[in-house]
Write a protein of this length. Structure first.
Length: 184
């Protein structure tokens, strides 16, 4: 059970209603949006940023979802794993690949770019002070600098989401749990 009340309907402050409705209309994020609605500037700005990044589409969706699932598994965030694994499955990753994402070198369906994204997500998450220049040379083989900046930001932000969700013990919505069960 969540440690804070997750707002819904008339409880959502007027200054957050539009964002709350957009977020919950996009997918089963009522727990997350409802908790963030306690502080409309957090909800509005974080999801405004995420929406703008999604709309621009600079970073390819597969790389993004690989990174988010890897980070969430590293941090053992059930909420984020349940929400992002089905998205990764829809864009082409098998159940086996998702389950074994942290053992990426032994998953045949991951290509060199996929492995690099997961390796980078691991390094940024687990040991950011020791990320070496060599990985940036490898990243530049697949990504431009705007993509590297966004990938790094999304990895770091995912870690923040993991902590937010876990500390507040946000409930996984039934729709998200059902979609995850179809993959898991």
């Amino acid at each position: 059970m969540a440690r804070v009340k997750t707002l819904a309907g008339a409880e959502v402050p007027d200054s957050a209603k539009a964002t709350f409705n957009e977020v919950t209309g996009y997918g089963p994020f009522a727990s997350l949006a409802g908790a963030m609605a306690q502080r409309p500037p957090i909800l509005n700005n974080i999801f405004g940023l995420l929406g703008e990044l999604r709309d621009e589409g600079v970073l390819d969706r597969r790389s993004l979802e690989l990174a988010l699932v890897a980070v969430s598994k590293l941090n053992a965030c059930d909420y984020c794993v349940a929400h992002h694994s089905p998205m990764l499955n829809v864009i082409g990753a098998s159940k086996h690949a998702i389950e074994n994402i942290l053992d990426y070198d032994n998953v045949d369906e991951f290509d060199a770019k996929d492995r690099l994204v997961i390796e980078y997500a691991r390094q940024v998450t687990m040991d950011p002070n020791r990320v070496r220049d060599g990985i940036f040379d490898r990243l530049r083989e697949y990504f431009g600098e705007p993509e590297i900046v966004e990938l790094t930001w999304r990895i770091a932000l995912c870690g923040a989401f993991n902590r937010f969700n876990d500390v507040l013990q946000l409930d996984i919505e039934d729709d998200a749990a059902a979609a995850f069960d179809d993959v898991a």
